[in-house]
Design a protein around this ligand. Sequence first.
Ligand code: GLA
Length: 402
Amino acid sequence: MTREASPLTREQVIEAAQAAFLTHYGVAPTAVGVAPGRVELLGNHTDYNEGFVLTAAVDYVTAIAGAHSQRPLTPIATSAGFPEATFDPHAMEKSAGEDRWANYLKGIIDELQKTGCPVGNFAAFVTSSVPDGSGLSSSAALLVAAARLLTTLWPDPIAADPMELAKLARRAENGRFVGAPVGLLDQFSSACGLAGHALFLDCRSFTWKAVPLPAEKAGILLANTNVKHELAAGGGYSERHGQCMQAARQLVGRGDAKLRDVTPALLESKGIGLDPVLKQRAHHIVYENVRVEKAAEALEQGDLFEVGRLMKQSHESCKRYFENSCTEVDFIVELACNQPGVYGAKLTGGGWGGSAVILHDPTEDITEALNAALIKGYTEQFGAAPTLLATTAAQGAEGFSC
Ligand code: GLA
């Protein structure tokens, strides 16, 4: 059975980080940063196009326990089986070695130092219930937990505003230590999550609102295919990013235009002369933005059937226009949508493998039958079971002294 057991609670992950710090360094930590992963409910690749997203923080979290340190080098250890990283926070270099996971922390330290926050030497221990490569953005959880820990150790005004902290974490991921051209969806969800709510974000104005997504009304299930197709390793994402920027420039006729500036009417009139591939990419983003706005309205009215319908359309659009899905994810989306009590399902995250998100009636019988059907159907087709992770819409990140 590959259905994951319930995750450790947030409190258990925090306690584990504190206990591991004490065992590892022989002293108690003085602060903790904790941050959840995220699930993209709707708004696939819309974030870096300055469009809309509908997202939620999840029950799986990363906690980092830490304390100021007088050692010449900062050690960061983890329970995840990665080797301990040590570096000087005043002379950091990007690592290409086995400790490259710590590049995310270096990115946060770098961005905090740029804002004037005097991050110096510390020691830290990272513990997480966010499975690596699960489609729940373990990277955002690590980034935002680090930002919360460090702004607790070195108090900084930026910590007062979760949105500013999310933007800082995105800069860290875009910047020289990580270098991924991602949008704000992951870091925003992790920093701003609200229990029992999905978050609707305008990635241009950075205004956002929480819309109800109560656990007793909707179950959220992540089905990870555990496959990663070649294009996923940075290439596909960057290529789509480039195509979107090019399509926006040509459709709007301005160098700094984004697909957010393109309405369906503009796409239909000006799209005629556009390269067919660019037109397809633009089509996905322009109509995905429309779907996100509609889904936020539907959630406000408690209409989960409508949200599910929009999710299915989103997935069709990924397949047909954005071409970032794959056979395995398509199969699981279709399988899920044919089960009783399922509102909708779609690819979630970058694509070319990874996970589907399924929104369903959370009653126990339906949930059990859905899990069983997914495992059976997928295993029969591909010879290996998907990993199923259930979650609710959860609280966002926090940092505290201890
Ligand atoms: C990844 C990125 C996000 C977003 C999604 C696709 O998760 O990190 O910024 O672009 O893909 O919606």
